[in-house]
Design a protein around this ligand. Structure first.
Ligand SMILES: [Zn+2]
Ligand SMILES: [Zn+2]
Length: 186
């Protein structure tokens, strides 16, 4: 039977789409920058410059890459089946509010490279805002799902590669049209 999608799914995806999701309603997306906010709203980041991203591939000042990770750590980290990430150079990332409300937890034992990765998550609601790592100096690994403009999730921030597919659950299929990689993609 055909599925009828609600109007938002048909909207012009070149325009911001910021549905109410969680405790904050002040996220935004402009030609120069876009916000990412935790579920309770205490922590908000902004990153530049999504308008410069070319799609596809997604490239622009400050933007490094975007990808899906199915590794076993990401199952635990997300409390779900995979993580959807994008990397921003720290020179293009600003803590709008709530930096003091972030808790950091890191370890190296289950990281393939054995180089420590640290999670920075909201102490109030638990949203993982970004990861940092010894192997990624000067960069922060943000989460696509925290970006307030949901149209960016499926346009300019669409994952470019999917990794650790050997750990992907059998009832999910890969992202359409992107390389599927066993183990680490980069
Ligand atoms: Zn929060
Ligand atoms: Zn992972």
């Amino acid at each position: 039977m055909p599925v009828t999608l609600p109007p938002a799914a048909h909207a012009d995806k070149s325009k911001p789409y910021i549905p109410l999701a969680g405790g904050a309603d002040d996220g935004y997306s402009t030609e120069e920058e876009a916000t990412a906010t935790c579920f309770c709203g205490a922590v908000q980041l902004k990153f530049a410059s999504p308008s410069c991203f070319k799609f596809p591939p997604t490239q622009g000042p400050g933007f490094v890459d975007s990808w899906i990770c199915n590794c076993t750590d990401c199952h635990k980290i997300t409390a779900s089946m995979f993580a959807s990430n994008f990397t921003i150079a720290d020179t293009h990332l600003t803590h709008v509010r709530g930096r003091e409300n972030l808790t950091a937890y890191g370890q190296a034992n289950t990281i393939a490279s054995k180089r420590k990765m640290t999670n920075h998550f909201c102490s109030t609601c638990g949203s993982l805002m970004y990861r940092t790592g010894d192997g990624y100096p000067g960069q922060s690994l943000l989460r696509i799902g925290t970006v307030d403009d949901f149209h960016l999730h499926e346009t300019k921030l669409k994952p470019q590669v999917e990794q650790f597919i050997e750990s992907r659950v059998g009832w999910l299929h890969g992202v359409d049209g992107v390389p599927q990689v066993v183990g680490l993609a980069k």
